[in-house]
Ligand binder design. Sequence first.
Ligand code: SF4
Ligand code: SF4
Length: 636
Amino acid sequence: MLAKLKDIFQDVKEVGKKNLVLLGNEAIARGIVELGVAGVFTYPGTPSSEIPTTLFRAKDVLKQKGYDLYLEWSTNEAVALESAYGFSFSGLRTVFICKHVGLNVAADVFLTLVNAGVLGGLVMIVAEDPEMHSSQNEQDNRWYTKLANIPMFEPSDAREAKEMLKSAFEVSEKFETPVILRTVTRIAHSRADIPLNPITNPNIPEDMKLKIDPSRFVCVPGNARQNKLRILERVERISKYMVGSNWNRIEQGKKQEHAIITSGSAYAYTREVINHLELDFPVLKIGVSHPFPKKIVGDFLKVYSSSTILIIEEADSVLETFVKKLSFEENFLGKIIGRAEGITPPHGELTTRKLLKGLSRVLNQEVSIPSIPSIEGDLLFSRPPVLCPGCPHRATFYALNKSVPKRHRIVSTDIGCYTLGASPPLNAGHLVICMGSSLGIGSGISQIPNQKEPIVAIIGDSTFWHTGLPGLVNAVYNNSKLLLLVVDNAATAMTGFQPNPGEKLSIAEAAKGVGVNLVTEVDAFDPKSSLEVMKEAVKFDGVSVIVSKGECRIQFVRREGLPDITYLVESSRCVGCHTCINRIACPAIMWSDQKNDKGKVIPIIDQFLCARCGLCSEVCPYGVIVPKSVKEVLGE
Ligand code: SF4
Ligand code: SF4
């Protein structure tokens, strides 16, 4: 059962409740208010989004408790980290949250501010997505810790994630450094029994005075050199401080022919597997992976010098690299087995089954691998992700396909729900790389000599504000020739409907403001008018912008409810041309078992899926998809 907001943020002093089953991200949100954090800065991204979303939804609940939390949906991760950094000069506890690729967006500010350090506690919660359930790359941000010289805490489950947050703040405040708390999808999105501690309201002074030392924080070369020395010395001090921390610990085992070193989420899989196989191996669990805990790893290698060391980690071979390097320095003569020997897969998420297979391989023994219970019949079948019924992007791409033929165009698209439009039959996308890249890539393609196909760049409203705007300025400045199609659904829908600057700012006005001479707003649900505008805009000699406005249907229906008019195929008149299915692929339109007089199968509209947008009735060339009152059709 899902926890209710008032339960997540209950005051344990009042109700005396001590434990609650929470999602990993909810547990972290709870931890944030237990620790008296005053400012949270973020750009939404899966699998981190539920942390700020939970806090955002709870703002009133917290306010009633006198807890004044500043929560900012920043325009992108770089701005979020800059703002978090600025806020942390208050000395108040501050949190920055992003998904793994968000750290790339913030990398410039990140890699310099870490040198200058912080004056108040600043924890960066970075959520990774091994297996790329909802991401464009699989990136192991542990590599960043070496580059940035920043401490990293790696919880192995939701409970630890909340507990480590406290230690992360302690290290941040003691050593004046930002600290990363690294989670992964399975920690963020799994549930666990979480002990609750009292909520601590931030202690905000009546008269806030800031003291910012320019000799440290103005990062010109002379000061930056001093900061570099300071950070090297700081890492050494943190390294010593972490010796003896229970986050890095040896768990004894009786069978000593093998000994395991593991960290973060991989620890949970390791425990499950060695318990299942009754392999009582000693385990070195690393919870703080940077600064690399040389002392405890060195001790472990010495104690188990005659054992084979197994390294179990998720994502890249980061731990393995550092352990092997240390083993040379320590003259360790035993064998170290890691990813190269096949104990863990070279890519993707680690699972219990994958680890069982890996262990079976390296231990050279048959192990029983529990089978996944199969579901009888055809209840589960694989299907590609598709745009929702009633999605305005479907209508926009339908108009685009009618106005700019698919065979004669290059479409550079971007990150958001609309990326799904790249699939057939809409085919609205030849390439997508990262947030905001559609404009830069489209602009570059438009500059290729003798390239004559029209270029269309597609971007969503939130992504436009995130990192699209500089690409638009660049395209205008460099006289590129392309059509920018902004699919404005008035929501950051893919990550859970977080607000974005489009609530207050106009994309069309911004485009005009940076010098675009042809800017038009169209109604996404009026494809006939949109396609005429698109036909003209794509011929424009320069940058043209069309903002196709149509609210996300889910958001609309949640607020307004479904319209009273639905749509129905008049099967007696339908000629079975399949245009409605082949052109727009709305999941609510499907084949029936009826045939027309030419033997063609007739489609039907699933009234429980249909979002009543009316696009299909525009698309049907024979006008046989007709509006009907819901009462008439469903008897509601
Ligand atoms: S487009 Fe119209 S005529 Fe063609 S199959 Fe669909 S409902 Fe029938
Ligand atoms: S009205 Fe047509 S296009 Fe819109 S959701 Fe229903 S079936 Fe799909």
